[in-house]
Design a protein around this ligand. Structure first.
Ligand code: 5GP
Ligand code: MN
Length: 343
């Protein structure tokens, strides 16, 4: 497999992890499968090396990830602010997993930045900010967990990982590729999968654990969203869907229950862009924007220009502080601005 660290970076990685005793692994706000899976895999690796390791995430993560080995040990900063601030203050090394800038930590940012301990970034987002001593940033890779898998291979430890570590890495890669339906055509992805399967993981069960765990409420909301709320702009090959908190209450659904909704309109033939607008559950004046595209349409450019966000070419996000109606107008404006790439 490909060597992803320079000799110097590998030495630094080994030295920093060897010297550290209290390691904190942090990931981005609203952690997804890759954020949780890669963080847990890193934790298991470092724990095997005898380190004291905590995974601290800014906000809670969806129920469909709670079965993952070690998930119950993940600490949510927003729920235990005082206790976690102390843990972060004591850390002598940070792993920056699946995010590229401190701002992605939201409420946790100040606490992490206040600690001058070294930081190692393991990530696959573009434009890594300059705040880490070692940066392993690979936007060409499908998931942070893939970056981690290559790193383990390079350190010679991939063959020694536990079954649980393999489950975490596989789950993370599966989540960030829509079960290997996008961003996953590089042969190296399957080299990783081959190694993980050799650890005896049950990939079909992992798939069911993540994707076939809907509540009845989620299925009903999905039907409502497609029937009532999906606005297909046929000429533009784009679709807009919106969800308000009162609709959430009406269907009795929780946060993670809308995961993946943004992908559904892309099943329409010829569709290039799907935009999903969801009112924030805690800050009703904030609209969370999710963008998904196929082929070359650059969601991240649209997110950066119109939605105070960014992300990957085919999967990006951002946020707007306005009403839902105003957010829809902004989306329509953005779509018109990118008309030449959509029509
Ligand atoms: P989602 O739609 O699942 O919330 O986000 C998809 C992707 O867009 C994330 O993996 C992340 O890379 C990016 N993203 C989401 N929200 C933001 C944001 O507010 N700022 C930036 N820079 N990227 C975001
Ligand atoms: Mn990721």
């Amino acid at each position: 497999m490909e060597k992803i660290l320079s000799e110097d970076a590998l030495l630094q990685f080994r030295r920093l992890t060897a010297e550290a005793q209290h390691i904190v692994i942090c990931t981005h706000v609203n952690p997804d499968g890759d954020a949780i899976g890669s963080s847990l895999a890193m934790k298991k690796y470092l724990a095997r090396e005898g380190k004291n390791v905590e995974v601290v995430v800014p906000t809670s993560f969806p129920d469909f990830l709670k079965w993952m080995p070690g998930a119950s040990e993940v600490k949510v900063y927003a729920k235990h602010e005082e206790e976690m601030s102390a843990v972060i203050k004591e850390a002598d090394l940070f792993l920056v997993a699946d995010y590229n800038a401190p701002s992605r930590l939201m409420g946790m940012e100040a606490a992490v930045i206040a600690n001058p301990a070294p930081k190692i970034m393991i990530d696959h987002h573009t434009d890594p900010a300059d705040f880490c001593q070692v940066v392993v940033s690979r936007p060409d890779m499908c998931a942070t967990a893939e970056v981690w898998c290559h790193l383990l291979d390079q350190t010679g430890e991939l063959d020694a990982i536990s079954h649980d570590e393999a489950v975490c890495i596989y789950t993370a890669m599966m989540c960030d590729t829509g079960a290997f339906t996008y961003a996953s055509s590089r042969p190296a992805v399957y080299e990783c999968i081959g190694k993980l399967l050799a650890c005896g993981i049950d990939k079909d069960k992992i798939y069911r654990n993540v994707f076939w765990t809907a509540s009845p409420a989620r299925m009903k909301l999905m039907g409502y969203m497609l029937y009532v709320k999906m606005d297909v702009l046929t000429q533009m090959h784009a679709s807009i869907m919106t969800l308000t908190n009162s609709e959430r209450r009406l269907f009795g659904i929780k946060n993670g229950d809308t995961e993946g909704f943004v992908n559904m309109p892309l099943q329409i033939m010829g569709m290039r862009l799907s935009v999903f607008l969801a009112q924030d559950t805690e800050h009703p004046d904030v609209i969370k924007v999710s963008l998904r595209s196929v082929d070359d349409f650059p969601c991240n450019e649209m997110a950066a220009r119109f939605f105070n966000g960014g992300g990957h070419k085919n999967a990006s996000g951002g946020r707007l502080q306005c009403s839902m109606d105003e957010a829809v107008e902004t989306v329509k404006k953005a779509i018109r601005a990118f008309e030449s790439l959509l029509k």
